[in-house]
Structures are given as C-alpha cells and as structure tokens.
Write a protein that binds this ligand. Sequence first.
Ligand code: MOS
Length: 762
Amino acid sequence: MGGVSGSQTEHIVGSSAPRKEGRDKVSGCARYIDDLSFPHMLYGATVRSQIPRGKIKKIDFGPGVAWNEFVIVSAKDIPGRNWVALIENDQPCLAADVVNHPEEAILLLAHPRRHALPKAVAAVEIEYEALPAVFTMDSSERQEQIIWGTDNVFKSYRIEKGDVDSVWAKADYIVEGEYSTGAQEQLYIETNGVIAAFDAEKGITVWGSLQCPYYVHKALVELCGLPEDKVRVVQTETGGAFGGKEDYPSMIAAHASLLAMKAGRPVKIIYDRAEDMAATTKRHPSRTRHRTALSKDGKILGGEIDLVIDGGAYMTLSPVVLSRATIHAGGPYYWPNVRVRAKAVATNTPPHGAFRGFGAPQALFAIERHMERLARAVGLSPAEIRRRNFLQPGQTTITEQVINEPIDLGKLLDRALGLADYEQKKRRFAKENPLGSEKKGMGIAAFLHGAGFTGSGERHLASVVGVEGSADGGVKVLVSSTEFGQGTNTVLCQIAAEALGLPYEDVTMARPDTGEVPNSGPTVASRTAMVVGKLVASAALGLKQTLVAAGLLKGNGTAAEFRAACRAYVAAHQRLRSLARYESPEGIYWDDQKYRGEAYAAFTWAIYVAEVTVNLTSYSTRVDDFVALQEVGRVMNPVLARGQILGGVAQGIGFALYEKVEWREGRMANSQMTNYTIPTSADLPAVRVFFEELGNRYGAFGAKGIGELPMDGPAPAVVNAVEDALGIPFDSVPLLPESIFEGVERAAAWRATTARTPAGVR
Ligand code: MOS
C-alpha cells in the first residue's frame, strides 16, 4: 500500500482489510487463557449447590482427600463486599447461608494439580434445608413463593402511546396471540476461564476470556475492597462470547481472585464444557401476549403487548435485557396507539444473561409471528400486511422516536422477495405440497435493531478512547473494547487509518488492559463500530492536530511525513496521545420514567426470507434457502460484515429449530454438546447476504451496529415458513420435530372433528 493520503487510503473503510489478529489465530500463535501459566500457579474449582433453593446447614469435608493440600475459600474470606457488582448488587459471589439456584457457587478449592480437583469437589458434603422453589414464569408471577424482593419482579416497564383503550370499539378485527421462546446457550468455542494473581503492592491482576474489562474491574474493586489502581484486568485472546462473556467473567474472576489472595499464588480457573453450560448465563426465556385492533384494510389501530422474561435467581442484566425487549416489541411497524407492559421475573435457575440480540430476538419473534395471525384475520398476504404497516420516515416508534432517516421498508421488502424468488416459489409449493410427504414453505421476517446503549445509556457511559503515536511512527488505538471474533480490532484500525490517511498496517491495537487503556465502555449492544469507532476517528484527528500545532506536520501530509512527525514529537515530549470522550448528539431526548423518546441513536433494518422443507416422516425441518437483506449503515469491512450475518443467521436457525435447554428442577439437564444440539454446517443452507447502505450521521464513517441484528430475524422467518408449508401455526421456539408431530396430529384430529360436524355449527 502506498500510504499517501488521498485516493488510495480513502478505501480502507469499506474494504475487506485482513483481520488484525487473523494470522496469529490461524497459525496457532494466538494465546488463549488456558495457554498461559505462571510459576507456582494453582488450579481452582468451584463447589456448587446441588439444590435449587434452600438454607445451607452444614459443610463437611469428606474422607479420601488430603484437605491440607488445598486452599479453601468460603464467603467468610471475602475482604470486601460479597456481591458481583453490576446493576443492583443482589448476586453473591459465594453463597453464605442460602442458595437460590442449582450450580450456585458455595466454596472454592485450589490445588497445584488440576486433576486433584474433581474428586475433592465431589467429596465436599453440604447439608441443606430445602425450601420450595419456583421454576416457571407463570408460577413466579402467581407469587406462590416469594423468592426475590417482595413480588418476584426484578424490573417492569410500561410504554403508553396514544389512547389504546379507545381503539377496541373502532376495530374491524381484534386479534390475540401468545408467543414464547426458550433459553439458549451461547456456546462460544472457548469456555470461560481466567487467571488471577495477587501481589501485596500491585494488588490483583486478572487475565481472562471476556468482553468487558471494566465490568470485571468494578466487580473486583468492590469484592476485594481494593482501590481502583490496585485492580488490573487484562483481556486475553477470546474464542467467542456472544454476550455470554458480558457479565459472567466478573464472577469467575472474583472466584480466582479470592483464591489467589488467600493462597498468595496465581490461580487459574477454566470451566469445562459441562460446567460452562450448566452454571453460566443463557438467553432469557420469554412469553409475549399480543392483542391488536385492526381496520378492515389491515392497518394496525392499536394494541396491547404483555411481555415477561425469566431472569433466573438474581437480577444481573435482566433490567437492560428487558428494556431492549420492551422497545423492540412493536417491530418495524407504526402503532398509533400502544401499551406495552413488560417485566422480568425471578425463578430458581442460574441467572439468565446477555446473548446476541439481548431481548430483541424474543420480542421480535412474537411480533413477527403475530403479523401472520393478523394477515390471516384480514385475508391479506404476509407481505401485504407488513407493507401496510411499515414505519415510514416522519412517523414515530412506540417510544415516540421520530424516524428521521430515509428508510423505505417497502422497497427493502420488494428487493428481498425478488432475491428469494418468493412469489414464484409460493405458487409452485402450493401446487406441489399436496403431492408428497415433504411440504415446502416460504417465510418472511421484517425487523429493526437499535444500535448502541438504550436511551441515556451512552451519555452515562461517557466512553473515552485514546490514540497514540509511537516512537517508531506507528499509531496505536487504546480502547477497552474487545475482540472476540467479531472484528473489533480490524474495524477500529481501519477507522483510525482512514481518519489519518495512513496505511492500515501502520495502525495497531493496544491490548485491552485496564492498566493501559481508557474505558471505552463494554463491548456489547452493537455499539463498538458506531460509537467507539466515532471516538477513535475523533481521537485520531486530535493526534494529527497536535502534530500540526507543534509545527511538525502540514495539514495533508503523506504517511511518511506523518511517521516522521510522530517520531519527532515523541522524541521531544516522550508521549503523543490524544483522547476523545463521548458527547451526546444534540437534540437527543429520553425519559426513563415514561419510557419515551429517542431510544437509540440509530436503527438497523432488515428483511429475511426463509425457504423450508418439513419432512412429514421425520417431522424435521430443513432450511433450504435463506436471504438476509439488511441496512446497517456503511459496511465497514464487507468480509467481516458478511461473517457477522452468516454467524447470526446460523445462531438464529439454532434458536428456531435445534437448541433446547432441558430444565430439571432449575438445572440444565443436557449440558453437553452431544445432547444440546446446535446446527452444524451440514444443517445450514448457503445463506445469501445482501446489504443496503443508507449511512448514519452519528456513527464513524456512517456505521451503525451489525453484531446483534442477524440474530433477530431467522426464528420468525423460519417458523413463518413452517406455517406456510403445513398450514399450522406454531408459536414457540425451539420448534423441534416432536412439536411439529404434535401440531400435525392435533390439526388432523381437528379436521376429523369438523368433518363430522354439521355445517353452521362451528
Ligand atoms: Mo451483548 S448480547 O449486548 O453482550
């Protein structure tokens, strides 16, 4: 690359620059947490609750174990506060007197030999006084047992737009439906793991596989009772996260830190797959009820939406997951009147947490299934009912946010249907389906996803990023934003290179280390390219201005001149660093009480079309073709963007058709990859990915978020296609062959009954 500012470097953003860490990953040089070790390091393990709820009466250390070789930590050893600091500090780091879910951590053990641990964990005998437990949202809502607070409710929200109570009398149709979604395991390739080391002078240092170094930092400060500068958190190469390493790493880092403080030696904890699946967070199960008033031409007049998510035993992230679910509950449609009532309730299962989409996939599954029911009621096609209700520029969302970008969802729909050959295939399947035991169908999902933190979230985060010029003339990006496979390193380097007119190769990333980098916020909420990227561009420009002000660089210097200026500046001043802090765009208004206003700085938009075959011998469903068309602002890196969509669609198809958590008394019974089934490449179609690019005035070079969006659409598109194939509506996911079997049997029985019933009776 020439490296001259101007035409050549203008193409870095928008080009498929190779992954910054890609070479290390494919050559095996990348070092994940379990590749690292320290001299005299111990291995840690966790003794967990065997029951869902109860009082801890007695702990015995059973025979056959040399207990004097072990470091043992209980809640009594916690120097600071016994909680994992997050939103509200209700989750203990170690259970002291009571347990509230299976797998809750009670004791920690450490030993020099990893293989000595399982036997010791099994030899700890805990006597409980069992208390009645709550396993379903229904039972939690009925308050048969109060297991959290005074009413089992972690959080509730209410949105009121217009006057819903007035619409029912005017409605030509009133349509009701209930929709539910199950838990889903993130199933990152690399399980959770950390190493903690304690030094009386330097304090605690933790290295680990994680998304949010400063979340872990905050948790350790409170747990260890240490000042902020005595806690350091370093992200190591991370093999996937998907939200699953948003809050849980604070827990495992806390455990390793407690052991390291007591042992005076570094401690490593790595979960095996079964422990990771059973004990750590999953997607919140949900139940959504819709009641909608329609005009005779299929226009939504108004509706009531009641949404409940299952938070598990402690609050953790449930309020924010619920917030995103609430705001996405209306889908990409115009509601002149709407009431949304949403709540997150407690059950005695491990806390549910972040998973790609963060509440939106649950809410969007409900509305996109409900749209099919509305279509049937009015006698319109699935495409037409959506077209008549799509949000238009100038209209407002359910939080009364004005759509002020020129999005044309009707056009997006036309393009997606054309790409999928939708109409022709529908006609063909209608002819062919009666003939064989394989039924084919087409399904549509239309949806939106808010990019960045909700409401005033970004203002509260007040993220800071740094860009540094080094002695060799290169540029380094300093952020706490982490790479876990999605492309953070690459895209942020592209942005800095573009802003400075430098070759991509001249820009590198600092390791996310709270001792080295400013807090650019958590790597969540589809915010990194858009929000952090914008700050990187602005910090980069600040760097350039510093060089210009120092008289070392002219406005539009070449890359070589930039490098020389950097070198000269660092030689004279030791350090060349520019910081940028987030500032709220003008005119952003959000009311946290009324849940009204600008919920997100930008929305991304998508139409997905699924083609499926349901086999009526095996009752299995296969996705034959999948068109994913989305508007995500400027596409920063086409190869990475496409990868994000492919991965999200794969996880979405898993959510729809494969992935079922079997719960037994609050515990995941199928915590293995042999019995928790996810789709493999053999189960997936060649997903066809298309983009539209409207741009975005808030994001770096027009970027919006892309990470979560593709998780939202596949489940409703696939289940809508199954309905099209069989003529049977299914309203919950995962939709496994046994559910299809039952649905087909029920429909056959119903047809037999109606056939015997004289006309007019039904
Ligand atoms: Mo993500 S689900 O916002 O960690």
